[in-house]
Design a protein around this ligand. Sequence first.
Ligand code: DGL
Length: 289
Amino acid sequence: MNATPNACTAPVGIFDSGLGGLSVLRAVRTLLPAERVVYVADSRYAPYGQRDDDFIADRTLAIGEWLVRQGAKALVVACNTATAQSIELVRGQLPIPLVGVEPGVKPAALQSVSRVAGVLATQVTLRSARFQALVARHAGDLRVLSQPGHGLVEAVERCDVGSPELLVLLRGYLQPMLDAGADTLVLGCTHYPFLDDAIRSIVGERMTLIDTSVAIARQLERVLAQHRLLAEAPEGAAEPAPTRFCSTSDGAHLRLLAAALLGIDAAVETVQIPSRRTLELDKLEKSAA
Ligand code: DGL
């Protein structure tokens, strides 16, 4: 790709089914503060973990195309579920470089001493061929305990990161891992880093938590450098470049978490990104009403 100076100043698109990608955005702003970002939360249709494969692919492509129309020079699919399900398909259809995310099985295999690690991710991620291949490639002698985190994305989407009900849910997922001797926990969904404190209150120091957001920011840096698309910080810039926040729902929770997590009090635009499957869904909803 032949990059012009204008291409370098174009924004990076980051997208997630909802608010989870903010954990990736935080790492990107820290490592690459000169990069402008357009963040899209598809909260109207979250969680993806309960959707069928075609729905997830349809949304990933539609949002990728929308971000290209907004001038994005690269796309971070900051969603393990969308990556697992559709990144190969979408990669072939968008004219910009893509970075996906995947559960940190490789770092878990490198770090675990007990050789037992838990992976908490959505059902769609865990059942995907991509995840199975990841385990086959990197787990080696590591025993991997895969646990679908039913209900956790929904909790984060309503900004619940520590209610008593959430702690009960989490304990149900984590206690069997502890009982089986797991010393490492892979956070295989970008929503889960928000649950760090809640998880710690259950596992204490008995588990190392693996969050791949910093590795994703580094991968983005490599990909941008490879395509000569890295932005340069303007002379004397003290603040990270601005982020444009967009949501397919009203955006109130996105605004709340962006303020809590990133310390950014930014307005959130509500955007319409129709796609084949949501047109069908909206039609069904209308006829049922
Ligand atoms: N943050 C998404 C992930 O990393 C959540 C998927 C969902 O909406 O279920 O998998």
